[in-house]
Design a protein around this ligand. Sequence first.
Ligand code: AMP
Length: 194
Amino acid sequence: MTTQFSDLNLRPQLLQAVSELGYTEPTPIQMGVIPAMLAGHDVVGQAQTGTGKTAAFALPILQNLNPDLKSIQALVLTPTRELAIQVAKAIHDYGQHQGVRVLAVYGGQPYGQQIYRLKKGIDVVVGTPGRMLDLMEQKNLDLSQLHTLVLDEADEMLSMGFIEDIESILKQTPETRQTALFSATLPPEIRRLA
Ligand code: AMP
């Protein structure tokens, strides 16, 4: 029997969103990752773009979101600003019926607007490691309620030289956080990071 979205213990608002996007059944990575993340496990996923990896981590993040907390509950690190914008839009679309507040942050954009949005309240921040670390060091990211950290396209982030930034970010997040790592390839440096 094939797994359906309705078998994945997702809230009705999420089932409605994926159905409106025309998704009829979960992709293999979604079938593997969604139950594991909902069970609270850390995950490592070997996945290329086009496999549905974004929904694989976004749906569990949205399922776990507590709107009453009013502080950041998930961070997603991406190698490029284009991917940050794309992932933030996907999370916004999947979470549209639960009113999720998502912000994309990346270098080359003024800090003022990003900091203003953060102060107003954001549930999920998606961004490139350099800008994310700057915002953390300026104490503009309250991570005390962080539940999940995602490293998207981890091999790309490593090849772009972001390893030190990523390690500094990891050190500044609560040890109790859940971590999900996605990478097209799993070379030894990625395994060590995982
Ligand atoms: P991604 O690998 O996350 O970049 O997703 C690739 C494309 O597949 C995006 O256009 C998604 O909207 C789409 N997609 C993700 N999950 C599903 C699904 N279960 N059924 C159909 N399309 C999907």
